[in-house]
Design a protein around this ligand. Structure first.
Ligand SMILES: NC(=O)c1ccc[n+]([C@@H]2O[C@H](COP(=O)([O-])OP(=O)(O)OC[C@H]3O[C@@H](n4cnc5c(N)ncnc54)[C@H](OP(=O)(O)O)[C@@H]3O)[C@@H](O)[C@H]2O)c1
Length: 278
């Protein structure tokens, strides 16, 4: 099995690497902190030589495109891409490419990475794309003319919206590419004790502080992702949202064809400058 994963350097991602590395013929860690990734590899009991580190900063689309090129130089085929990295940010911040940071790290960076990796995922028996969403998508409130919330930013609203985008993207992938062998799944990992939200401020920081003792471990939080990566799933669940290894109910908006097409069209337009001649 050949797996590429983002957000391998902390929390749920690290636990996925630990569990999946022994099953892999090749594994690719797409990370913004290469030292952290190398330290993780050195801590593994086996298969270290089968794991490669590729620099990929999801808030910088040129870096994402470069990472996809490097990945395709290292392998001609991929079984699983795990879009795991993500975060919530306390202040509005605009990336060098002009995108709102929450939108770019949680959605657009992964959209570009996935788009450029599709040839690898479709070159073998077919590939899986697993995206880490959240129950926070239930608080989403999409403004169709301002998908990135550049005009009406609030930290939690931006996060809730992008986690809904993860679900819309997953459905679009299944819809557009299942005939090419693509399976796409989204998941909620649980409420997990990781570095997630550590930069938060105000009420959200206080809620996180109160919730910490009740959170599950990163090892437990990684389980649904590991399950989706390693099991053969019913074709009818393609495009679905999973919790605790089972198909789960998402909001009505998550199934909206209008919203998923809107997001797809918008995202494709944003990544155009990074597609080269693809
Ligand atoms: N924890 C929860 O309760 C919870 C609940 C629902 C969903 N989730 C989702 O689970 C996923 C994993 O989060 P976690 O809880 O494991 O949090 P975490 O410990 O903060 O890990 C986040 C990972 O994303 C990486 N990352 C952040 N910004 C990046 C960027 N610009 N480019 C590349 N990588 C970047 C981080 O890299 P560094 O190590 O370099 O910082 C880290 O590896 C996220 O998508 C999150 O939204 C978490």
């Amino acid at each position: 099995m050949k797996i590429a994963i983002t957000g391998a350097t902390s929390g749920i991602g690290t636990e996925k690497v630990k569990a999946l590395a022994p099953l892999c013929e090749q594994m690719f860690l797409l990370v913004r902190n290469e030292k952290k990734a190398r330290d993780l590899i050195h801590s593994l009991p086996s298969n270290q030589e089968k794991i490669s580190v590729i620099y990929c900063n999801l808030s910088d689309l040129s870096s994402v495109a470069k990472a996809a090129t490097t990945l395709s130089q290292k392998t001609t085929q991929l079984d699983v891409l795990i879009n795991n990295a993500g975060g919530i940010f306390p202040e509005k911040s605009i990336t060098t490419d002009g995108h709102e940071l929450t939108f770019c790290v949680n959605h657009l960076g992964h959209f570009l990475l996935t788009y450029l990796t599709l040839p690898l995922l479709t070159s073998g028996k077919g590939g899986k794309i697993i995206s880490v969403s959240s129950e926070a998508h239930k608080a989403a409130n999409i403004i169709e003319e301002d998908l990135e919330l550049k005009n009406d930013f609030s930290s939690f609203k931006a996060y809730a919206n992008v986690k809904l985008y993860n679900l819309l993207f997953t459905k679009s992938l299944a819809e557009k590419f299942s005939d090419k062998g693509i399976e796409a799944y989204a998941l909620h990992p649980g409420v997990v004790n990781t570095n997630f939200g550590n930069q938060s401020k105000g009420i959200f920081k206080f809620i996180l502080f109160l919730a910490k003792p009740f959170m599950i471990s990163p090892k437990k939080g990684a389980q649904t992702g590991i399950y989706l990566a390693t099991n053969q799933l019913d074709q009818r669940s393609n495009g679905g949202y999973f919790k605790k290894r089972k198909l789960a109910k998402a909001t009505k908006d998550a199934s909206s064809k209008k919203l998923r097409n809107l997001l797809w069209e918008y995202s494709i337009k944003q990544i155009q400058p990074f597609l080269g001649n693809k």
